[in-house]
Ligand binder design. Structure first.
Ligand code: ZN
Ligand code: ZN
Length: 135
């Protein structure tokens, strides 16, 4: 599936070919801390199917629980998350942060990982009071 996206301020724009069936929710504590939210949603592409159209992301390398080093790309101006990948040489997979993708309404995650650190209320949000905009 062909997608395109941008950070919040528009400095970074990109396009990519993703595999929508591999889209997932990650409940790991790193995703929670990095996003300031309960989880992140990742869509996957190969490095050679990802094209940066403008801007230069800032890279923060986090060390995962496994010891793997994971470069995290985000906008240096607005801080929006763009993608993560692995360190080192060789072909890479990019985990694009679905919130940065323009077609995000058409992409639904297919599985959840790191469920052991999922916030306990996550399955109950359907029952919460809802407002279409700010209440
Ligand atoms: Zn930005
Ligand atoms: Zn995660």
């Amino acid at each position: 599936m062909k997608i395109d996206g941008r950070c919040h301020c528009g400095y970074i724009t990109f396009e990519a070919e993703i595999e929508p069936d591999k889209t997932l929710i990650c409940h790991c504590t790193d995703c929670q801390t990095l996003s300031g939210s309960a989880f992140r949603v990742h869509a996957f592409t190969r490095q050679d199917a990802f094209r940066l159209l403008s801007g230069e992301p800032k890279i923060y390398v986090k060390t995962a629980e496994s010891g793997n080093r994971r470069p995290q790309a985000f906008c240096p101006d607005c801080g929006a998350h763009i993608y993560a990948t692995r360190a080192g040489a060789g072909p890479k997979v990019y985990a694009i942060r679905v919130g940065s993708i323009r077609q995000r309404n058409e992409i639904a995650p297919q599985l959840q990982k790191w469920a052991r650190s999922a916030q306990p209320w996550i399955t109950d949000i359907e029952a919460m009071r809802k407002f279409d905009k700010e209440p």
